[in-house]
Write a protein that binds this ligand. Structure first.
Ligand SMILES: *Cc1c(COP(=O)(O)O)cnc(C)c1O
Length: 215
């Protein structure tokens, strides 16, 4: 039997306790997003800027919009005025561009560094070494209109649970290394197929799409 979107969200929220749920609404219609909104949910994740902006214009102002996909520098200006959290920062160049647009809007934009943890070629992200390089650079400290709140990562798309757990644990250990000294709160890991494993490994925020929309 298929459950309604609201039933799916309730069920997931019961399972995950204090972990923050971001409903991944990419490819979903405005009506489907309104249904999620009416259930009381306010955190939405999108991976394409154009689609996100279109939806933001047509939906209530109290939605927290999360950018979860690869971001191009020339698109930042469209989301800078309102974006809640960018999960997918994977270079200093991109970060500088976000800082510049945030400054123009008089905002401080929160973001996560996306780390590459999977044994797959296709996923974006920094290596732990690159992360360390950025965090300890003077260049990074000079950016005043951005605030790093933690890390995001995606595990390999595999049925091998041990591998997924080991990838999540490696991200979690990097997160814990910097957490206190950098005042980080957010470890974004886990999607429809693996959020239970992610939470078991220390995730504080999951991004779930297909399981909610019965896709
Ligand atoms: C699509 C997407 C998700 C959600 O994936 P589901 O398997 O549909 O839950 C999460 N994170 C990112 C970065 C995505 O692109």
């Amino acid at each position: 039997m298929t459950h309604s979107v609201c039933e799916n969200i309730k069920e997931i929220e019961l399972e995950i306790g204090n972990t923050q749920l971001v409903v991944v609404s990419k490819y979903r219609s405005l009506d489907e997003l309104r249904e999620v909104y009416t259930c009381g949910h306010r955190h939405f994740g999108e991976n394409r800027v154009q689609e996100l902006v279109e939806k933001q214009k047509n939906l209530p102002d109290d939605i927290h919009w999360h950018v979860i996909g690869h971001l191009q520098s020339n698109k930042i200006k469209y989301i800078a005025p309102f974006v809640h959290l960018i999960h997918s920062i994977d270079s200093m160049k991109l970060l500088k561009a976000v800082n510049k647009e945030a400054k123009k809007c008089g905002r401080t934009i929160s973001f996560l560094f996306q780390l590459f943890i999977a044994q797959e070629e296709t996923k974006f992200g920094l290596s732990p070494k690159e992360l360390d390089g950025i965090l300890s650079s003077d260049e990074f400290l000079e950016l005043k209109n951005i605030k790093c709140d933690g890390l995001m990562g995606m595990a390999s798309n595999t049925v091998n649970k041990a591998q997924v757990i080991s990838e999540f644990k490696s991200l979690s250990s990097i997160f814990n290394r910097y957490r206190e000294s950098h005042n980080w709160n957010t470890l974004s890991m886990g999607m429809s197929g693996d959020y239970n494993l992610a939470i078991g490994s220390g995730s504080t925020m999951i991004r779930v799409g297909s399981k909610i929309f019965n896709a």
